[in-house]
Design a protein around this ligand. Structure first.
Ligand SMILES: *Cc1c(COP(=O)(O)O)cnc(C)c1O
Length: 219
């Protein structure tokens, strides 16, 4: 199984960047992976997983969470406001806070439920029309507004455009975080997590490099 290899590469990238591996959380992105692959990683002792859709996660994780103690789920994909409550109940962290309406909704729910997952604000560093996220020019204002709602903002997240050099986006995300006093940086995927670590990533989201290529969905 490739998990130990990825853990080694994370450790090496940390050493090269003069960082402690304890600063970098490896999120194993299990979306649309066959159950046997996910269970193999659970059996190997890994407990931190990422999913893109609330419904898919609701369908498969509660049963595993009964068997394997200490599972921590991270929501990486876009969150519809009407799924906010389910997401808050299931996930330890949400990496896709990307609009004022969702911030308001999460704040209201947090009041009601009495707790809130760790939140990362998604920044659309490439300013791509088809991608979710706050434009870099509006990031400071949005961060301020979200904090004013008492939301636990841990950091920022980005998904660089496929055609770009990711390091430019990692550097931009780190810069926006630093000037806002945020320490969490959710960046880096299978193809570029080592680079992300060099630029200060605290949460790397690695799917296919751990589980193999995703099997296309029938939906
Ligand atoms: C699918 C996904 C990943 C993992 O991608 P890989 O290239 O398989 O590592 C990471 N982050 C987000 C937001 C994703 O949707």
């Amino acid at each position: 199984m490739p998990l130990p290899d990825i853990q080694d590469r994370v450790a090496q990238a940390c050493a090269a960047a003069d960082r402690s591996p304890a600063e970098v959380t490896l999120i194993a992105v299990s979306k649309v992976q066959p159950p046997d692959r996910v269970e193999a990683v659970l059996k190997a002792g890994h407990r931190i997983f990422g999913e893109n859709r609330v419904q898919e996660a609701q369908g498969k994780w509660p049963a595993w969470m009964d068997i394997y103690q200490g599972v921590e789920l991270h929501l990486l994909g876009p969150l519809q406001s009407n799924k906010a409550r389910s997401a808050m109940e299931l996930f330890h962290a949400i990496h896709s806070l990307d609009r004022p309406k969702l911030a308001r909704r999460l704040a209201d729910m947090a009041q009601e439920i009495g707790r809130c997952p760790d939140l990362f604000i998604q920044i659309n560093t490439g300013e791509e029309d088809q991608k979710a996220g706050i434009p870099p020019s509006e990031a400071d204002t949005f961060i301020r507004e979200a904090r004013a709602m008492d939301l636990p903002i841990m950091g920022l997240m980005c998904i660089p455009p496929v055609e770009d050099t990711p390091s430019l986006h990692f550097a931009l995300l780190a810069k926006i975080a630093a000037r806002n006093g945020l320490t969490g940086l959710s960046m880096g995927m299978s193809a570029d997590f080592e680079e992300a670590i060099a630029f200060g990533a605290t949460h790397i989201r690695v799917g296919s490099a751990i589980f193999g290529e995703r099997v296309p969905q029938a939906t």
